[in-house]
Design a protein around this ligand. Structure first.
Ligand code: PRP
Length: 215
């Protein structure tokens, strides 16, 4: 396997990344070193020409866009928010959740007397959504634990990911509108898809078969 045909894959750290690595392994692109308990950051299987690394989910698209990784896995939420210049190749049908507007239970969503205060880390998604409704908003950009904002009256609503709904429920919040469904996508660097197309297509084919079993 020549160096130039090694495929570098950026995986999102955490449970979703592990689920996705399992799919690569089942598809015939294993890298046993990744299962070892250690603090290494990059794992390689030279015989198979595969190299994997874990990145913060929101950073995966940056590695892929700039060609530091040939392939990566990122949530549709991240792709819509940052609009990286990559190819989105496949819905992996894992990491399913939704982007939603949530508020304290009993919140009056029809009250338009003042500008709606929206806390979120998905500023672009929130702006586009409210622009499509023709509603003025004031964005409060936060980086995490967004649910606290309406509880402490920092915002009226939040725009955030809802998976099981437990975080909302346990904090006396509820979904008021669903914006869009989210799932993990396989993304590809545009230049890599020119130069390593045969190898990338093999990965794509294998992962397509695995996702079809999930239907
Ligand atoms: C996400 C999201 C919600 C939570 C939803 O947070 O922002 O807080 O998961 O999951 P649930 O519906 O199953 O309760 P994440 O753990 O990614 O951390 P964050 O607070 O940094 O956004």
């Amino acid at each position: 396997m020549t160096e130039s045909s090694t495929l570098t894959v950026a995986l999102p750290k955490g449970r979703l990344g592990e689920q996705v690595y399992d799919m690569f392994e089942r598809g015939g692109f294993p890298c046993p070193a990744i299962r070892e308990e250690n603090r290494r950051l990059i794992f390689e299987n030279a015989e198979e020409g595969m190299r994997y690394f874990w990145a913060k989910p929101s950073d995966v698209a940056i590695y892929v866009e700039r060609g530091a990784a040939d392939l990566g896995v990122a949530g549709k939420d991240i792709l819509l928010e940052y609009a990286p210049d990559i190819y989105e190749m496949l819905d992996l049908k894992v990491g399913k959740c939704r982007m939603a507007v949530a508020a304290m239970r009993g919140f009056d969503r029809e009250d338009r007397r003042r500008t709606l205060r929206v806390a979120t880390k998905f500023e672009n998604i929130a702006r586009r959504y409210y622009a499509s409704l023709g509603r003025d908003i004031d964005i409060i950009h936060l980086n995490g634990s967004i649910e606290i904002a309406p509880i402490l009256d920092l915002s009226d609503v939040i725009v955030d990911i809802v998976e099981t709904g437990t975080t909302l429920k346990e904090n006396n919040l509820e979904v008021v509108e669903t914006i869009l469904p989210v799932s993990a996508r396989l993304i590809v660097n545009k230049a890599a898809y020119e130069f390593k197309r045969a190898r990338i297509d093999r990965v794509l084919q294998a992962l397509t078969e695995i996702t079809e079993e999930k239907k």
